[in-house]
Write a protein that binds this ligand. Structure first.
Ligand SMILES: *Cc1c(COP(=O)(O)O)cnc(C)c1O
Length: 387
């Protein structure tokens, strides 16, 4: 059979696989354990921490979408990240982006402090800084592209070649784009992780993750650690995520179309200073994004030329953008990174990372774009009324 397109893989995962009643949609297996047919004969599944049929369908579908040999579905994105770094030893070094997801930063830094491995955070878009870090022979290079909240883009294939030259593994957090818009393994990555909480489930009602590996040997190690650490996801969450996954491809396209309409609107607003989105020709990394992504995604940030009071009036006037963290759901969200997702960073660290106090981040949802724009218009009018 020819290799299927992503939309087909996503829709068809587990369809008509039921052996008992021929159910078209695979049933959910809410069981903690499974019977041994005969004394001494270990069945395919024995206990749901180690394996569960509902979770297996989701893991196989996500691995196929990413072009990996297999994957482990975990109880959140952070535990998927923790699984991959569980393969490291105390002498091993991780080179990670200085602007990686806050939880990733905290995990790497805290485990490095305990001596589980070493970590070096660098600006990976600075080729000299990256070369200097790679000269220290890391075991694992960690990428997150585009990054949060400034949508910085790095060249996965180029960094993969550099990592291969020193025998380092390359892992990519692909949460912001999903496998519909970027497939890191095809660009040379050894591991891909997702917070499936975001676009893959896509309905903001599950916290979950997945760790995918290119090689079968790594899949086996991740599976072993998933069971050992108790990092695997619940069957119910896997069921919901599988349901969300079926519409991932059209959702991503619709998210993108709405984001493009909002970008065009924001570009006409005099109060908007810099807009951060990889689709913009002036965005650093635009050319790389154009080459390695199949789309630009629906996460965007922008700075407003306003006082703190006006910023508050703007956000308070919105009714179709919920003020919330997280991203990737059907509903539009607005986030103020400085006081929300990135509040753990000091003022100075925020400044160094380029996170201005008037930076706002949008996760553009699937409402009608005209309604979203009308809502933004109300908010711009509100800030003008405010001194
Ligand atoms: C949310 C997120 C995570 C963490 O995932 P959880 O499901 O919240 O544990 C990791 N990386 C990125 C890029 C994220 O957005």
């Amino acid at each position: 059979m020819s290799k299927k397109q992503a939309a087909t893989i996503a829709v068809r995962s587990g369809i008509e696989s039921d052996q008992q009643f021929g159910a078209v949609v695979p049933p959910i297996y809410l069981t903690s354990n499974y019977g041994f047919q005969r004394f001494g004969e270990v069945p395919q599944y024995d206990y749901s921490r180690g394996g569960n049929p509902t979770r297996a369908i989701l893991a196989d579908a996500l691995a196929e979408l990413e072009g990996g040999a297999g994957g482990v579905v975990t109880n959140c994105g952070m535990s998927a990240i923790n699984l991959i770094v569980s393969l490291l030893s105390p002498a091993d070094l991780i080179v990670a982006p200085h602007d990686c997801y806050g939880g990733t930063y905290r995990l790497f830094e805290s485990r490095a402090k305990k001596g589980d491995f070493k970590v070096l955070f660098v600006d990976q878009s600075d080729s000299q800084a990256l070369a200097k870090a790679l000269a220290q022979k890391p075991k694992l290079v960690w990428l997150e592209t585009p990054s949060n909240p400034l949508l910085r883009v790095v060249d996965i294939a180029a960094i993969s070649a550099q990592a291969k030259a020193i025998d380092a593994w390359l892992a990519v957090d692909n949460t912001f784009l999903s496998p519909i818009l970027q497939q890191p393994i095809s660009l040379g990555a050894d591991f891909v992780v997702h917070s499936t909480t975001k676009y893959i489930n896509g309905h903001s009602d599950v916290v979950a993750g997945v760790a995918i590996a290119k090689s079968q040997a790594h899949v086996e190690q991740l599976t072993w650690w998933g069971n050992c650490l108790g990092a695997t996801g619940s069957p119910f969450d896997a069921y919901l995520t599988l349901r969300g996954l079926r519409t991932l491809a059209p959702r991503m396209r619709a998210h993108e179309a709405n984001a493009a309409a909002i970008l065009a609107f924001l570009q006409q607003q005099s109060r908007v200073r810099t807009i951060y989105h990889p689709s913009l020709p002036e965005h650093p990394g635009h050319q790389i994004a154009k080459a390695q992504q199949q789309g630009y995604g629906a996460m965007l940030s922008f700075e407003l030329d306003v006082t703190e009071k006006q910023l508050k009036a703007f956000v308070d006037a919105l009714s179709l953008f919920s003020l919330a963290e997280s991203l990737g759901g059907v509903e539009s969200l607005i986030c103020h990174p400085s006081s929300m997702t990135h509040r753990a960073m000091s003022d100075q660290a925020q400044q160094e990372a380029g996170i201005s106090p008037t930076l706002l981040r949008l996760s553009v949802g699937l409402e009608d774009s005209q309604d979203l724009i009308a809502d933004l218009k109300v908010a711009f009018a509100a800030l003008e009324r405010c001194e």
